[in-house]
Design a protein around this ligand. Structure first.
Ligand SMILES: C=CCOC(=O)Nc1nc2cc3[nH]c(NC)nc3cc2c(=O)[nH]1
Length: 373
């Protein structure tokens, strides 16, 4: 009998909690940050390097993989874990969000979404059923329901129509997912910034029944203050014995604020994408390595950091290879950023386990300069 999917809360501090998600492919320590491996790779990183930063799970994107190399080809080659040489848990998104933000010529109906590939213009369709089939072909451990991410801002009527469509798609996702021991299906709460709609969405998802619950429709331009307003009430609407996943978040201070409000899982392209543009996150704030002031600086990005970039290279070197557009610049800054994000998560987990989250958070804010350092 394959091992089950399980979630155990191990400690709480206010609304924050630590826990462990057990899957057949390994355990996920929560609160967890998931690096994004869009096209079957965390850009500029080897899988063993991603693991070395402390990641227990990474994210794959249905939209990209269904277009290239196709889910069927990945299945024929043994599934996404084998294909990308990552044998720990993988969460795949359902494709809805990226179709709306990347694809051309989209047509949205009750059935699903048809669209043109941004790669070669070919026509494709995504429905809850097809999304479940693709995610099963990929072999991901945590599957996301097919939803529509309600754009921000949306008036109440528009948000309601979108949320109600997503809830009908959530039920179809659940039915199409079937019974797959060791694999999890997460539902996604919508309802934009409307508390009553968030409640209705949460109630509908509970009725359908999921292994975990995501909070969708945030980090879509509403700003941190509005996001935190929604997070004051939305997490508690979801079952407390199941993982709560906030999608697309975020900057370090977004992450800290979300964990304080009861979030267990997050994902964001920020550390990897900004690493490629020369932006380094540190405990003191953000270093833009492209700035000329670093060109003679022999110090590491952060002398407290134990990542390969900080142990072996100067800011002057990182400035040089970034300006010269050398591949190693993306490698070192991505590794540093993912290491910093995972170190932040470990700090949060330790602080919650020891009941000193408030002190950790005030120390986190006290250290950080506002602008670039
Ligand atoms: C991995 C994701 C699994 O979720 C889905 O398949 N659907 C979905 N994805 C989102 C992704 C988001 N990224 C941001 N900001 C960068 N906001 C997001 C909101 C959603 C959402 O409401 N739904």
């Amino acid at each position: 009998m394959t091992k089950k999917f399980n979630f155990d809360v191990t400690a709480t501090d206010g609304r924050a909690r630590t826990g462990v998600i057990s899957t057949p492919r390994g355990e996920i320590r929560t609160p967890a940050f998931m690096p994004v491996g869009t096209a079957a790779t965390v850009k500029a990183m080897l899988p063993e390097s991603v693991r070395a930063t402390g990641a227990d799970i990474l994210l794959g994107n249905t939209y990209h993989l269904m277009l290239r190399p196709t889910a069927e080809r990945i299945a024929r080659l043994g599934g996404l874990h084998r294909f990308m040489n990552w044998d720990r848990p993988i969460l795949t998104d359902s494709g809805g969000f990226q179709v709306m933000s990347l694809a051309g010529l989209r047509k949205l109906t009750e059935e699903g979404v048809t669209f043109k590939s941004h790669i070669d213009g070919s026509r494709h369709a995504l429905t809850p059923e097809r999304s479940m089939e693709i995610q099963a072909l990929l072999g991901s451990d945590i599957v996301m329901a097919f939803d529509e991410c309600t754009p921000f801002p949306s008036d109440e009527a528009t948000a309601r129509r979108s949320m109600e469509l997503s809830m009908r798609w959530a039920r179809r996702s659940r039915e199409a997912f079937g019974d797959r021991p060791g694999h999890a299906l997460f539902g996604i709460q919508q309802g934009s910034v409307y508390r009553d709609q968030r409640q209705e969405s949460a109630d509908k998802l509970r009725e359908i029944g999921f292994d975990g619950y995501a909070i969708g429709g945030l980090a879509v331009g509403e700003g941190q203050a509005t996001m935190f307003e929604v997070l004051e009430y939305a997490p508690a609407m979801l079952p407390e014995d199941r993982p709560r996943y906030l999608m697309g978040v975020g900057k370090p201070d977004d992450i800290v604020g979300a964990v304080e409000r009861g979030i267990d899982m997050m994902d964001c392209v920020l550390p990897s994408r900004s690493g490629r543009t020369g932006q380094a996150f540190t405990r003191f704030g953000v270093v833009n390595i492209r700035n000329a002031r670093h060109q003679d600086d022999p110090r590491p990005l952060d002398e407290h950091c134990t990542c390969p970039a900080c142990r072996n290279y100067s800011r002057a070197y990182l400035h040089h290879v970034n300006r010269a557009q050398e591949i190693i610049a993306s490698m070192l800054l991505t590794w540093h950023n993912l290491h910093y994000f995972q170190e932040l998560m470990q700090g949060l987990r330790d602080a919650i386990a020891e009941g000193r989250l408030a002190a950790f958070v005030s120390d986190f804010h006290a250290r950080r300069a506002e602008g670039d350092i």
